[in-house]
Design a protein around this ligand. Structure first.
Ligand code: HEM
Length: 485
């Protein structure tokens, strides 16, 4: 008994020395442990990561190590040093951190090393003929929900709604039907998904108990549980189930994997369309430039068209639209790219200075802060400038500089490296199709012409596209004649 107590005390002492007594070693980044034992900066980080990291950047510069809930996290904010993190597969590992958060949030445990084969499978699904079919199906579903089902809007009366809920609901239901089969429960799944999506960030941050999200997760598992629909074309969901079967994943885990994929594939496009339209509606000069480009496309083809077809967007280049979309993503895409240091590593900064990363620590890139909001790369970074990614001759502007040196990564909305977005092309098409439909087939206006975009919900930093705190009220109805445009 005495021996057990002594061993326990000894263990606690070692833990204390490891956790609380860390000192900055030579060549290591500045260390900021925060005042709270073990927790360090966890509370401030969780409350508003962007504000906290901005404060740390002002204090320490482009690289520093902070203590967050027992972990030491080195934050790197020099985009010209990102390659040293993104392409190092020997000293840095992505799978353990990813596996831990997937297990915590989705209750999912996948066989070791499955991520590589799963990624390969995903890449196949979102390219070539598969991508063409998915794009076409998404376009049909968007049109059906918006123009044909009579529930979203009608020509006879104005409807009022929050723009965020209009966009999220439309994109989710169309995306769900496109990938997760043609059942008629899309609205119910959407309702539960939003509930789950709201709880998810709290669970990830540890401010919610697992039980609090269980009911929502179980409802979604019921909606998603593997089923076979005979006689219809193989859906994306069924192909994914086949892949999981081949990998030997048991049925219970398949359902959990389906929820992870539902979240990954559906949580970003709706919010992206909201910010895009929100910026256009609150910046008349940007709206006019985008609409003028769309009008130009219609005259290229059939001037007598009553309603322009979204094929126009696919068949012609749209540099103004593309620049406005990139600007939207620069301001509102907020991924955190995380790695675990599995062996000591020397990281070289753009100015040649070297820093030592310690085994067992974590590394984090937060592209929203740098490069996306870096005033040296993007002057007046808080402002929405629809033509920021356009050259004067209307070609795509792809070269940006910091301190006279070209920056390789000037925005990173899709992540980078081994965990970057495999659905990027599908997502861009879906955003284009839906914004085009909403702008050309609806009369859409702000309820209050002076309204401003709502602020960002600070708890969403690090989880892909940001959400607004509140909503932007709009009124809309189906447009009668294209000539009104
Ligand atoms: C505006 C829309 C979107 C944005 C900004 C976006 C962004 C991202 C980012 C930043 C990641 C990396 C996450 C990380 O490193 O933790 C990611 C991963 C992923 N995205 Fe997207 N995404 C979008 C839409 C989509 C869509 C529509 C799909 C598919 C239908 C999709 C499929 C995926 C998949 C499967 C992964 C996981 C890749 C992996 O684990 O290797 N995304 N996305």
């Amino acid at each position: 008994m005495l021996l057990t107590i002594l061993l326990l005390l000894n263990g606690l002492l070692i833990l204390y020395v490891i956790c609380f007594n860390r000192k900055r070693q030579q060549k290591e980044p500045p260390l900021d442990k925060g005042f709270l034992p073990w927790l360090g900066h966890a509370l401030e980080f969780g409350k508003n990561a962007a504000k906290f990291l901005t404060r740390m950047k002002e204090k320490h510069g482009d690289i520093f190590t902070v203590r967050v809930a027992g972990n030491y996290v080195t934050v790197l904010l020099d985009p010209n040093a990102f390659d040293g993190v993104l392409h190092d597969t020997v000293s840095l590992d992505v799978s353990r951190i990813r596996g831990l958060s997937i297990q915590k949030i989705f209750g999912l445990q996948m066989p070791n090393n499955m991520h590589t084969s799963e990624r390969k499978w995903m890449e196949e699904q979102f390219k070539g003929v598969n991508l063409i079919e998915l794009n076409s199906s998404m376009n049909i579903n968007l049109r059906n929900f918006l123009l044909n089902d009579g529930k979203t809007c009608s020509a006879s009366e104005w409807k009022q709604e929050g723009l965020f809920s209009l966009c999220y609901s439309l994109l989710f239901r169309a995306g769900y039907l496109t990938l997760f089969e043609g059942s008629n429960n899309a609205a119910a799944v959407y309702k539960e998904f939003r509930n789950f999506d709201n709880l998810l960030t709290q669970l990830a941050r540890g401010s919610l108990k697992r039980e609090d999200i269980d009911i929502s997760r179980e409802k979604l598992w019921t909606f998603l549980s593997p089923q076979r629909t005979n006689g219809r074309m193989q859906s994306w969901k069924q192909s994914y189930q086949d892949f999981l079967n081949n990998e030997g994943v048991v049925e219970e885990m398949q359902t959990k994997a389906l929820l992870l994929q539902l979240w990954t594939t559906q949580c970003n496009t709706g919010p992206a369309v909201f910010w895009f339209l929100g910026f256009l509606l609150t910046h008349p000069e940007a709206m006019e430039a985008v609409m003028s480009e769309i009008r130009g496309l219609s005259t290229l083809t059939d001037i007598s068209l009553k309603r322009p077809s979204s094929k126009l967007m696919a068949e012609h280049s749209t540099p103004v639209f593309d620049s406005a979309l990139r600007e939207t993503l620069r301001l509102t895409a907020a991924v955190m790219i995380r790695r675990e240091v599995v062996q000591d590593k020397v990281l070289v900064m753009a100015n040649g200075q070297e820093y030592l990363l310690r085994r067992g620590d974590r590394v984090c890139l937060f592209p929203l802060l740098s490069p996306q909001m870096d005033p040296q790369i993007h002057p007046e970074p808080q402002c929405f400038k629809y033509d920021r990614f356009l050259n004067e001759d209307h070609t795509v502007k792809d070269t940006f500089y910091k301190n006279g040196k070209e920056v390789k990564y000037h925005t990173l909305p899709w992540g980078a490296g081994r965990s970057s977005c495999v659905g990027k092309e599908f997502a861009v098409k879906a955003i284009k199709q839906s914004v085009f439909l909403l702008l050309t087939h609806l009369d859409l206006e702000l309820c209050d012409p002076e309204a401003k975009l709502p602020p960002v919900n600070p708890s969403r930093y690090g989880y892909g596209m940001l959400h607004p705190e509140g909503d932007l009220q709009v009124r809309f109805r189906l447009r009668r004649m294209y000539s009104d445009m």
